[in-house]
Every structure is written in C-alpha cells, then in structure tokens.
Design a protein around this ligand. Structure first.
Ligand code: SAH
Ligand code: SF4
Ligand code: F3S
Length: 462
C-alpha cells in the first residue's frame, strides 16, 4: 500500500449517488486513501453531483467555491488538496466545469469512476483530467469490493446497484442522458455482493436502479431473470432479514414482482412508485407511457395480495401547460391512493430535454403555490400514517445509537425512524417495539427488551 492519504466524498443526489460515493472510496482504498468526514484534512475532495433539477446544479458550484477555500488554506501550509467533480453534473457538463471553476482538478463521469485511482496518478503529470465517456468495460467488474471494515463502518443497511440507466425518456428528465442506456447486472454478481455485505454484518439490502423493476440481468441458468426472481434468490442469503428495492416504474410492476410481495417475508411492504401527475393529459406529455387508471390498477393489484403495503411517490407540479384543473387531478389522485409519504417538486426545465422547449411554461409563482397545496395534503397523509401506529407493535431493525444515552434508533418496515431504549448489542437485530407516540420525524417506542427476537440471525449463526 502506498503512502496514507485522506479522501472526503460528499453526495448531492439520489441513493445511487450515495452508493457511488461509497464505491469511489472503496476504489481508492488500495491506493492508500482512507475516508475522512473533515474537508480540511483531506488530500482529495470528491463532490458527487446531481443534475436532476437546476437547484441541485447550483449547489455544486457554490460547494466548489467553499472547497476552494480549504484548498487554498492547505496550499498555504504547503499541502496539496485535489478537487474532483463526479456524478451526473460531471457527466452532463464535462469540461464546462473546469472552465467555470478553475479550482477543479478532475472531472469524472458516472460511468467511469472505477478509473479514479489511475486518473489521480496521471494528474501528477497532466494539469487537468476530464473523463466522461461511456466506457466499454463494466465499471462494476473493475471496482474494488468494499473491505469488511468499510462495510461495518457504514452500518447494518446497504444499497446495492442492480440496474443502471434508463431508456424511458420522460420528457422532463436528464437521467437517460447522465446515466446512459439501461443495463442490468448478472444475478450471481449481485448475490456475491450481498453475501459479502451480510458476512460483514449488513442485515437490510435495498436494491437500487433508476428503473429497478425493469431489471433483466442474466440468471444463474443463463436466462434473463426478473427482479422478482432476483429477490427470491437474495432472500436465501444467510443474515439478510430485510430486502427493499427502489425506484420502480408503474409500467414494469409485473406479476412476478407482485407475487414476490406475497411470498417473501423479507421483502418489506413499502413501495416507492412515482407517478408524477394525476392528469392523463400531463402524463402523456411527460411520456410516462401509462394513464392514471393504469397506475391505480397497479396499486390495487398490490393491495389485493398484500393489504399492508404502503406506497410513497414523487410528484412534479407546474409541468409545461399544467392547468389548475389538471393540478386538481393530481390532488384527487393523492386522495384516492392515500400515501405513506411522498416527494414533490416544482418542474425544473433541464437543458437538452424535450419539455424544456415546450410552450406554456407555468409561471414560478403559480407552480410554487401548487407545490404548497400538494405538500400540505401529503404531509397530512404522512402524519396520519405515522399516528396510525401508536398503540401497535412494529418490527424495528435497530441501526445505531440514538442521541440520548441508552437509546437506539431503528426503522420500521415502512422506513419510519423509531427511537427506543435498548442495549447497544441489539444493533443489527429486529425487535418488536410497542409504538407509544410520534414526534416530528420519528416514532417513539417502548418495551423492546422484553419482546426482542432475531429468528433469521439465529438461523444464520450470526
Ligand atoms: N426513475 C424514477 C425517478 C428518478 S428522478 C422514476 O421514473 O420515477 C427522481 C424524481 O425527481 C422524479 O420522480 C421526479 O419527480 C423528479 N424530477 C425529475 N426530473 C425533474 C425535473 N426536471 N423537474 C422537477 N422534478 C424532477
Ligand atoms: Fe427519468 Fe423517467 Fe427514466 Fe425515471 S423513468 S429516470 S423519470 S426518464
Ligand atoms: Fe441526480 Fe443522477 Fe441520481 S441526476 S437523482 S444523482 S441519477
């Protein structure tokens, strides 16, 4: 191992962006880099960027300005600090970034960060490097697996990318351009990753992909496997007690996946199923390729086999041409479905996407006002959902110590945070916790010690 250095990685985007940040840190470990949470002491700062809305991009440039001050302070002490911009803005803007922000030494796209160690070595010779091509080799094959220590440090839950890229081309979205065409990783590669995670103490795995339910990776028998089949295989990995997947597209919710929700106790009854709008006219203009009714039918099919499934979603308000009546269709859809929570955004025109050139862009003030109305409805549903747990028992996967002494924090099957007094050695186990009350963002629980159980872990010998 070469001389020790420190890397600070900061994520600005979705779960895949967070996952990529971990993988970049893993890739740099053999070159002697350890992770640090303090920018000031870093030899390399990686900003892992998101391009989804204009605001996300603005954040990157203000952050580069902030890191530049640390870089200058380091230089004043005779120490070199490199700044790398990675992720979806890097992929979309490439060289533009080094032109606009001269403090940036390296721009690395979302498909070639496995080349980071080589690029950093080359930096010593070249002045600046921009690499945003879509390479022929598979970055997952080239990446260094995380060490046991790195996995343990990240906790008992983990993301695993199983599918990447998108061929759907919704008219508002940059992802097909920043992440490229859809690819699925082979089943056995994913099984290997999950076995490694489980052996190091991970108990919950969330399979991620931009269209994760379009997954069609090579199966163990050489035929393409569905996400349902992949989940069935992963449920057999000793030590894994919870499985989730995100983000799914309503069009790809096939029977096999729906049945997996019936058959697999480890598959959590919480599904993020973005719909964006409740208006058929807007859905068509967005190129979502399904109607309001088709979306409702998917939800009904899932609820028929697992009535306890809770849905979350994403919404965009102020899409070009959206009328007040069409916005009302979104509100009525939210009423009809009844969500456990949802994200909502004002439409942000993205350069190079078809919707950015559409007529009738909705005035910002109007969109903002719609956003507030939608958010108050969603917040009311979310609060009601949380309140419905008070007095009931929830299974909580304990993840880490809480803020108070003797307290642990964990998650319900619906990803609600629960605070409960419990012994630290119970981290990584699932406890039946009586929910006693709700706070702003958490549930409070009681009685965990008396009802503790961890059947799957015991079976796995963990
Ligand atoms: N693949 C997922 C979404 C990924 S992007 C899907 O198909 O649903 C996450 C969310 O960001 C989207 O669901 C959408 O609600 C929001 N989003 C994407 N592009 C946007 C834009 N141009 N303006 C505002 N919100 C956007
Ligand atoms: Fe973007 Fe649509 Fe693809 Fe989701 S399905 S990543 S919203 S283009
Ligand atoms: Fe953002 Fe790229 Fe994820 S644009 S939402 S970081 S796929």
């Amino acid at each position: 191992m070469s001389n020790p250095r420190k890397v600070h990685v900061k994520s600005f985007g979705c779960q895949m962006n967070v996952y990529d940040s971990h993988r970049m840190a893993d890739a740099l470990a053999p070159a002697g880099y350890t992770e640090t949470t303090h920018i000031a002491e870093a030899d390399l700062v990686i900003l892992n960027t998101c391009n989804i809305r204009e605001k996300a991009v603005d954040k990157v440039y203000s952050e580069i300005g902030r890191v530049r001050e640390f870089k200058e302070a380091a230089a004043a002490q005779g120490r070199e600090m490199l700044i790398a911009v990675a992720g979806c803005v890097a992929q979309a803007e490439g060289e533009e970034i080094t032109k606009r922000a001269s403090a940036v030494d390296l721009v690395v796209g979302s498909q070639n960060y496995h080349r980071l160690p080589g690029m950093i070595a080359r930096l010593r010779k070249d002045e600046r490097i921009v690499d945003t091509e879509f390479p022929v080799e598979d970055k997952f094959d080239a990446l260094t697996p995380p060490s046991r220590a790195a996995i343990a440090k990240r906790g008992v839950t983990s993301f695993v990318t199983v599918q990447e890229g998108c061929d759907k081309f919704c008219t508002f979205c940059v992802v097909p351009y920043t992440r490229g065409a859809e690819i699925s990783r082979p089943v056995m590669k994913i099984v290997g990753d999950v076995e490694r995670l489980a052996a190091a103490g991970v108990r919950e795995v969330t399979l991620i992909g931009q269209n994760v339910n379009a997954y069609h990776g090579d199966g163990e028998d050489g035929r393409a496997a569905t996400l349902g089949r992949l989940l069935r295989r992963l449920a057999q990995v000793p030590g894994i007690v919870r499985l989730r997947y995100t983000t799914s597209h309503p069009l790809d919710m096939n029977d096999d996946l729906i049945e997996a929700h019936c058959d697999l106790p480890a598959l959590m009854p919480s599904i993020h199923l973005p719909v964006q709008s409740g208006s058929d006219r807007v859905l068509a203009a967005m190129n979502r390729k399904h109607t309001r009714q088709q979306y409702l039918d998917v939800i009904a099919r899932l609820r028929a086999i697992r009535p306890d499934i809770a849905f979350t979603s994403d919404f965009i308000v102020g899409f070009p041409g959206e009328t007040e009546a069409e916005f009302h269709d979104t509100l009525s859809l939210v009423e009809e479905v009844g969500y456990g929570g949802a994200y909502s955004f004002v439409y942000s025109p993205r350069p190079g996407t078809p919707a950015a050139d559409m007529a009738d862009q909705v005035p910002a003030a109007e969109s903002h006002e719609r956003l507030l109305r939608l958010q108050s409805l969603i917040t009311a549903q979310w609060r009601g959902f949380n309140a419905s747990f008070v007095g009931k028992t929830a299974e909580v996967l304990l993840e880490k110590p809480g803020r108070l002494p003797g307290q642990l924090v964990g998650k319900t099957p619906y990803l609600q945070t629960v605070q409960v007094m419990a012994r630290p050695e119970l981290i990584g186990t699932v406890l039946a916790v009586k929910i006693t009350g709700t706070g702003t963002n958490t549930l409070f629980g009681d009685g965990a010690e008396r009802t503790a159980y961890a059947p799957v872990l015991a079976a796995a010998g963990a």
